[in-house]
Design a protein around this ligand. Structure first.
Ligand SMILES: [Zn+2]
Length: 178
């Protein structure tokens, strides 16, 4: 209730429930008036005009699927790799805290392995040491899954972007990570 109106924004989901972006409450209402979205969640704040007051949407879902032009760019950084991998060593499946995790280059740097989404995974220290300068098949340490750039927007990206993440958004952001 005490939330200032200007800060009220809505999370826009694709029809597939993938988070797309954050829009202003004005944009959210325009999309709704145009019949392009359904409203899944509301904020607890109201917008008032002379004749009416209406609840502001918090989470919107597009009625028809929008193929995103370019895949949403997810910043490549240590924390986002951990999030993608669910803080789990991709070799032994142990779940660890940020402090105990390391980044492992699937194809080692010494063999010109790149530092990107498809070549870097989360690993515990012992797996990282054990794998050393080998590929997963040489080390006989198969990966839990093929590393790729994620197609979700991690919650922390919103937080890092200074967006105050409402409780109602979290289930959609989390489910998008699975
Ligand atoms: Zn491990």
């Amino acid at each position: 209730m005490s939330q200032p109106l200007f800060s009220v924004r809505a999370l826009l989901l694709n029809s597939s429930y993938e988070p797309m972006r954050v829009v202003s409450w004005q944009k959210a209402l325009v999309l709704w008036f145009q019949g392009k979205v359904e409203i899944l969640e509301y904020h607890t704040v109201f917008a008032r005009s002379v004749s009416a007051s209406f609840k502001l949407p918090s989470v919107l879902r597009l009625k028809s699927y929008v193929r995103s032009r370019a895949k949403t760019h997810i910043r490549f950084c240590r924390e986002n790799v951990y999030i993608r991998d669910n803080y789990t060593c991709q070799y032994c499946a142990t779940r660890l805290s940020t402090k105990s995790l390391t980044l492992d280059h699937v194809l080692p740097v010494s063999r010109e392995g790149k530092k990107d989404w498809s070549n870097v995974v989360s690993a515990c220290r012992s797996c990282n040491q054990k794998k050393a300068n080998k590929t997963p098949s040489e080390a006989r340490m198969p990966l839990l899954k093929e590393p790729r750039m994620p197609n979700w927007l991690p919650l922390t990206e919103f937080e890092a972007g200074g967006v105050d993440v409402p409780q109602a958004w979290r289930q959609y952001l989390r489910s998008a990570q699975a």
